[in-house]
Design a protein around this ligand. Structure first.
Ligand SMILES: Nc1ncnc2c1ncn2[C@@H]1O[C@H](COP(=O)(O)OP(=O)(O)OP(=O)(O)O)[C@@H](O)[C@H]1O
Ligand SMILES: [Mg+2]
Length: 480
């Protein structure tokens, strides 16, 4: 059990950090310094850059890194979280390159015969390729795939990133109203995606790298559960509205959920024996689903702590896939510009193109993603929207039929839920299998006449829910 805790939501694009400074204090998001960006002030860029232009390689982080364009001696690492969490894509692939496969193939042997190439010549060619491979790979002969190389780089970046992040966090704490707290001794928890085949947060391939990196950064780890899953943390953050309640040695779960959307059912337990919230977080790297079910007690509906269950799943699909698709689909020069531009420009590009449909002006090229590219933007957006909608349908179908008497709410979060095409596709897919929602909570929602009730979700919850929830006293299970 920890009286106070930091929670790091290590996002692929933006890292958010929350603090619970006392068992019963509301969780709060910590704010960065810096003003070059329109992103909320609790969003720290997860970008790391290495500037090798001078005699010494200089690492840069946060806004400074995001302001650097790759090339000419500058390496910019965006979305390196992906490489930590998806090593299975690389280990599944064979170590043999396509060229080696061709050289060793029966088809090539047949072609050699057809063209009258001597067998010894083909064998020599095979030896030559083998020798070249050993030369590149070193004495073990093992050639590492691009993914494994990326993973090695990401693991090397992690400690440096968390050292920098810890400085930013302690600096943010020093600007909080004085409390006499020793912030540098407060332990930390970190959230990780919840992929299918992974049973617990600790069995994530990337978690050990992150835990080691936090240790190297001098961060004390939470003594019981230093890692928790992103979808679960996000759902808790939103549904408790980041409140914590602890009185006379007891966690008051009922009070906490009473502050969030659960209030509807807590007040009306007899009519709704079951309350469910479907929380969908559309991030840069993953889309996270969490379905939280609450069965209020008949006798004491204000204390539902043992009656909460969660089903969760992260899918490696998000706004970074749309970025990649756009880069490939745009006319050559525009695509090249996007490939080479810095993360701060990307940050302007996404809302302007994906959300407002306006595009951004680039001096040499005119407007990128504007009217001239409208058709292409629409098709890239529709493609991602359809894929996320399909995953939503699959997730809901795997839940089975809606139990009778359920009162359901839909909550959409993450940067991707600001994009109308995606948000609307997910809203429609969420109706799969007779689900209907008493209320939909999402950022930038507009009330539709005759449509279901809506609640415009505040930015700090839409983007900061995971960090806020991850620092909740709800996760201090030893108190229960
Ligand atoms: N209004 C907007 N319109 C379009 N895109 C946006 C908007 N606001 C934020 N984004 C983009 O949404 C993406 C996802 O942001 P978010 O902070 O949810 O991701 P993350 O937490 O870093 O990713 P993950 O949780 O997958 O690791 C970012 O690329 C961000 O730039
Ligand atoms: Mg996220």
């Amino acid at each position: 059990m920890a009286d106070r805790v930091f929670c790091i939501d290590f996002g692929s694009d933006y890292t958010k950090v929350a603090l619970r400074r006392d068992p019963g204090a509301d969780s709060e998001l910590l704010k960065r310094r810096g003003a070059n960006t329109n992103e909320p002030e609790f969003c720290f860029h997860s970008t790391v850059a290495v500037d090798r232009r001078g005699p010494k390689a200089i690492p840069e982080f946060g806004e400074k890194a995001a302001d650097l364009s790759p090339g000419g001696g500058v390496d910019v690492y965006r979305n390196w979280k992906k490489s930590l969490f998806l090593p299975e894509t690389s280990s599944a692939k064979s170590n043999q390159s396509p060229l080696e496969a061709l050289i060793q193939s029966a088809e090539l042997r047949e072609l050699a015969i057809k063209y009258g190439v001597a067998t010894s010549q083909l064998t020599n060619l095979q030896h030559l390729v083998g020798a070249a491979k050993n030369l590149i790979a070193g004495p073990t002969g093992k050639v590492y795939s691009a993914e494994i190389q990326q993973q090695t780089i990401a693991a090397a970046l992690a400690p440096h990133f968390f050292i920098w992040l810890r400085q930013q966090v302690l600096d943010a704490c020093s600007r909080l109203p004085t409390t006499g707290l020793k912030y540098d001794s407060i332990p930390v928890r970190i959230t990780v995606p919840a992929f299918d085949q992974i049973k617990t947060a600790e069995s994530q391939p990337g978690w050990k790298v992150l835990i080691d990196a936090l240790g190297k950064a001098g961060w004390p780890l939470h003594p019981d559960n230093p890692v928790t899953a992103e979808p679960y943390a996000n759902a808790i953050g939103i549904l408790t509205k980041a409140s914590n309640s602890f009185q006379r040695g007891q966690v008051r779960i009922g009070d906490m959920f009473g502050r969030g959307p659960f209030i509807t059912v807590l007040k009306d337990a007899t009519h709704h024996p079951l309350y469910r919230a479907l929380v969908i977080d559309i991030g840069a790297f993953t889309t996270d689903f969490a379905l939280l079910t609450l069965k209020p007690n008949d006798d004491n509906s204000s204390d539902p702590d043992s009656n909460i269950s969660v089903i969760q799943k992260s899918i490696p699909l998000g706004v970074s896939d749309l970025d990649a698709r756009m880069t490939d689909a745009l006319p050559k020069e525009k695509g090249e510009w996007l490939r080479k531009t810095n993360p701060l420009n990307w940050e302007d590009f996404r809302p302007a193109v994906y959300t407002e449909g306006k595009g951004i002006r680039v001096p040499e090229l005119g407007i990128i993603g504007g009217p001239a590219d409208a058709e292409l933007v629409r098709s890239c957006l529709a493609e991602l929207a359809n894929r996320i909608a399909d995953e939503t349908t699959k997730f809901l179908e795997s839940m089975g039929p809606v139990p009778s008497g359920s009162l359901e709410e839909l909550i959409l979060t993450g940067g991707g839920s600001y994009i109308p095409t995606i948000r609307e596709a997910v809203q429609i897919a969420s109706l799969t299998g007779n689900h209907s929602y008493a209320k939909t909570h999402a950022p930038a929602l507009k009330k539709v006449t005759g449509g279901p009730p809506i609640d415009k979700l505040d930015t700090s919850f839409a983007r900061g829910g995971t960090a806020l929830g991850g620092s909740s006293i709800y996760f201090e299970k030893s108190l229960f």
